[in-house]
Design a protein around this ligand. Structure first.
Ligand SMILES: Nc1ncnc2c1ncn2[C@@H]1O[C@H](COP(=O)(O)OP(=O)(O)OP(=O)(O)O)[C@@H](O)[C@H]1O
Length: 222
């Protein structure tokens, strides 16, 4: 369960203060699929980054399965993000000179890769339909294939939470449909919580949680 209470985020832009989030409260049940929607500049990515421990709120609290992100030291926050949260970005963010398999293993490269971990990475690439692309580099892969590598990379650490920021924003609609099919299948199989920022509401299903933001405030939470 993700528990967000009265979260505030303010940015400085020169002399100006931008109130990106103005008291957001919501709960996302474990294993849910939640979509953050709203107009451009409303605070969607800001909320996603706070949930992903990439930044800290100026006020309020965020708990994930009881872990209080807002109370953590910088080192603990970095470790929490590294070990428990998977990220999927619009522009895939793969490392160009590494193969698909090596990209999936990135979260573990600094700590060493065991044979069983390598097997797990290969199995994940099989699951996202890239069995015959494991040793290709990103430039040899289509956008949809690159995003599938990114999905495998997000899942390799068995995260409690997967965050996706416009995951189909750079893909055509057919490829986008495919990416959501894969994401949802893997999320359901693993009972991982998935939170997605999108402009495209056609991917939202009736059982999903919809967090609609406008001017840094939540309009609805269901
Ligand atoms: N690092 C930053 N410094 C200053 N202002 C920022 C920063 N990041 C975001 N903002 C501002 O905070 C507000 C919310 O931005 P955010 O990126 O969260 O919106 P968004 O809903 O994700 O927008 P979009 O749909 O266009 O990506 C905007 O006014 C934006 O300009």
């Amino acid at each position: 369960m993700i528990d967000v209470v009265d979260v505030i985020k303010t940015y400085r832009r020169g002399e100006q203060r931008v109130e990106a989030l103005r008291g957001i409260s919501c709960q996302i049940p474990r294993g849910a699929c939640a979509f953050i929607v709203g107009p451009s500049g409303s605070g969607k990515s800001t909320l996603l980054y706070l949930l992903g421990a990439l930044d800290r709120p100026a006020g309020g609290s965020i708990r994930i399965d009881g872990a209080d992100l807002t109370g953590m030291s910088e080192a603990d926050l970095n470790a929490y993000r590294r070990d428990h949260i998977g990220f999927i970005f619009q522009s895939f963010n793969l490392i160009g000179n590494l193969t698909a398999l090596e990209n999936v293993l990135i979260p573990f490269l600094p700590r060493g890769v065991s044979a069983s971990l390598r097997d797990r990475a290969e199995a994940l690439l099989d699951e996202v339909g890239l069995s015959d692309r494991k040793h290709h580099r990103p430039r040899q892969l289509s956008g949809g294939e690159q995003q599938r590598v990114a999905i495998a990379r997000a899942l390799i650490k068995d995260p409690v939470l997967v965050l996706a920021d416009e995951p189909t924003g750079e893909l055509d609609s057919k490829t986008g449909d495919e990416i959501y099919r894969i994401l949802r299948r893997l999320q359901t199989e693993r009972a991982t919580t998935l939170v997605v920022v999108t402009h495209d509401r056609r991917f939202i299903r009736p059982d999903d949680l919809v967090l609609e933001i406008q001017d840094g405030q939540l309009l609805t939470d269901s």
